[in-house]
Design a protein around this ligand. Structure first.
Ligand SMILES: [Zn+2]
Ligand SMILES: [Zn+2]
Length: 256
């Protein structure tokens, strides 16, 4: 049996827990915008390709619709999602345009409730340790409080780290789906293998074969360009992420 908490703020805790459960239910059932033949033209006019990680004239092989930048076909949901972030296993739902806000609310509520639970369980342990009137039997139960504290504390660290990473991506103007694509581009820059023709086209240089490939992995045939015609991209600073509007606008874009 757990030791009784002295003056627990049960109203606050129950309120937070209720909001957490409600946010979980909403996050599970709120569907992101699905790309289809009716809205494809509209979203293609909004989300422009940058010829670096997203490319023109890309059709989804399954849905057969023209994909705007930042969209992706989720294999689990079997549908194309506009402004796709990732498929969240915790809510078994895609996170994309239309339901970012509910995912973030669920994430933030997890951080708040777990932090609150960690503090309460720590205070509980302190109370037991400092209470000289507690007998041997109750000290045996001390391990329950300790386990509770450790579980809440560890989960709190994991969820807080995940929330930090999620909002770091908002700051960087990337979605979870785009993060690895940008890392690949940065790797090419660091190894001196990314070139541009100064007209917005980028090429990957293969030094062993001395050839250039297009950036589109679905169509990266050798491109007949000469090195003298191109400029080496020397630093990530030289690349402009057209999807990065600044933290607050990035956040506003996700919450709208
Ligand atoms: Zn699709
Ligand atoms: Zn999905």
């Amino acid at each position: 049996m757990f030791h009784k908490i002295k003056n627990p703020n049960t109203v606050v805790y129950n309120t937070l827990l209720t909001i957490l459960i409600l946010s979980l239910i909403i996050a599970i059932y709120s569907k992101p915008v699905r790309l289809n033949s009716d809205n494809s033209r509209y979203y293609n006019s909004i989300y422009k390709n940058n010829n670096l990680i997203f490319f023109n004239d890309q059709k989804c092989k399954t849905c057969k619709v023209l994909k705007p930048a930042r969209s992706k076909h989720c294999k689990i949901c079997d549908q194309c999602i506009v402004f796709f972030d990732h498929h969240c296993v915790w809510i078994n739902n895609c996170v994309g345009k239309g339901n970012y806000k509910w995912f973030y609310l669920f994430l933030i509520m997890n951080v708040i409730v777990l932090t609150y639970a960690t503090i309460i369980s720590f205070n509980l342990i302190q109370t037991i340790v400092n209470d000289e009137s507690i007998g041997y039997d109750e000290f045996e139960n001390f391990q329950n409080e300790l386990i509770l504290f450790l579980i809440c504390g560890l989960l709190d660290i994991v969820v807080t780290w995940f929330a930090f990473e999620s909002f770091k991506l908002v700051y960087m103007g990337m979605t979870t789906n785009e993060q690895q694509k940008w890392f690949n581009i940065h790797d090419l820059i660091h190894s001196g293998e990314l070139y541009t023709d100064n007209h917005g086209q980028y090429f990957e240089y293969l030094p062993n074969d001395d050839i250039f490939l297009g950036m589109n992995m679905n169509d990266n045939r050798p491109i007949p360009v000469r090195k003298e015609q191109l400029t080496l991209v020397r630093s990530t600073e030289e690349l402009k992420n057209i999807y990065d509007l600044g933290f607050w606008d990035n956040l506003r874009e996700r919450l709208s």
